[in-house]
Ligand binder design. Structure first.
Ligand SMILES: [Zn+2]
Length: 50
């Protein structure tokens, strides 16, 4: 069950592929687009919605 230790893209759900994508915030993203979406989500979740 090695798959349990693989990271997953929190945006699109893709499983980590070695040598591909971006690792940031202790997470793995398949592309810059997913990383950007994640960062946006973090901002909008941070707190204090108007
Ligand atoms: Zn992705």
């Amino acid at each position: 069950m090695l798959n349990l230790f693989k990271k997953k893209d929190p945006i699109c759900g893709m499983t980590e592929e070695k040598g591909k994508g971006i690792t940031k915030y202790e997470k793995w993203f398949c592309s810059k687009d997913c990383l950007k979406k994640f960062e946006k989500q973090q901002k909008s979740n941070s707190c204090c919605h108007p």
